[in-house]
Ligand binder design. Sequence first.
Ligand code: ADP
Length: 486
Amino acid sequence: MKILYAASEVAPFAKTGGLADVAGALPAALARLGHDVRIVMPLYKQIDRARFGLKMLTPEMYVAFPESAQIGCVMTAPFPGSSLPVYFIGHDEYFDRPGLYQEDALDYPDNAERFAYFCKAALWSLVGLGWKPDVICCNDWQTALIPTFLRQGPEYAGRFEFDGIKTLFTIHNLAYQGAFDASYVWKLGLPGHVFSADGLEFYGRMNLMKAGIVYSDKISTVSRRYAEEIQTEEFGCGLEGILQARRADLTGILNGIDPKDWSPDVDGLIPAKYSVGGREGKAKCKAALQKLCGLPAQEDIPLIGVISRLADQKGFDLIAEVADTLMRMKLQFVLLGTGEKKYHELFEALGKKNKKRASIHLRFDNKLAHWIEAGADMFLMPSRYEPCGLNQLYSLRYGTVPIVRRTGGLADSIMDYDAKNKTGTGFVFEDYTGEAMLDAIQRAVKCYRKSPKAWAMLVETGMQQDFTWNASAKAYGQLLQSMIGR
Ligand code: ADP
């Protein structure tokens, strides 16, 4: 099967969140199953051309954008450690900027145009390459215009270069919808009839998430539970009706993790390696993390880690609600994250007030993320909603027991500790309240302190879970194959 994987961020080239991790792992996992997979992404300023060995493929590519022909380029490099080709769509005016989507927490005002250009250029680059995929995997609103142009764009319909190409649209987070002024429909060269209730119109605006849902052959999202949740009013962000209407074409496949990057036995970034059978290294990682964070070097005090975008979605209002109680408990707290100003202020104040208990790092720092996964005893993820979540999966692998809310991918991947039967992989709470979260933290701390055997069981069972891409890539492979009728 020939698969084009289109994404707006792909690790290690450019990353702001979990999508990049998925896009940096799933294509290679599909290639390992024997498929011809290629990746296409924008050529952002921050992509290190020399480090990744980018070569010019098409120095001048003309793309007809309705008002004028735009000239861009296509560069290419093999995906690191493989021969899988990556195509980078270049256009300095759109992509030679400091951010991927925004600067100083403000979205670029021309994002609709930037990503529409990316989608168009990605399609036309195929013509230049003479390579026609059977299916294009699109991810989130930034790539939603690929299925839209293929189905509705006047220059595409009926052309043999595009004819018969199937599209899968994967929703990584329904809340980020890419809603733009209605006038873009015409600016981007789409026919007026798409701006309707059964097209991409949503409350008078052009909604690209909706476009992806409406115009793709199949839709997937990143956990089974989230696939169900988004069909409800609580989680559907207004799109629940359209998702219900397409429920027969909607599947949930849990993301995997890449053990090359995230596994304590091979992780070159952490202070000491370890495995389920020999965990001395984990104690060293904890000591090193405490030292780095200026926290008392005590082995028996439970250390809770958090690595996250500081956004409402992630449940930080719950942490704010019980912060004082939390800081009175005998535990240590290390947080790494960036995001909303109100949370920066909250955690900055918390760190200043509790120097011996809390260590706050308000930046993006991949190495520190690895240190926290390896050095913490517990990982807190109290999300309001969580399409899949990767950090709880990394935590399992690092023997760092997750404390999570029962939603989306967290519900699908973490089993609550059952003290009677001595089963489980973490601590799960149901209600979205500070009290319920605190109760789960207290249960975890009590187990850590009072029941070392049960704690070891939790750590070992977690480390033995297989959430690598193998199973998920197979599921994607089967889904894609069913779409092209093979
Ligand atoms: P989301 O995609 O919603 O942000 P995920 O849990 O799916 O959440 O993925 C987040 C990814 O981004 C993880 O790989 C996590 O380690 C990383 N990450 C988030 N914030 C930071 C940060 N401040 N520094 C380093 N890595 C981070």
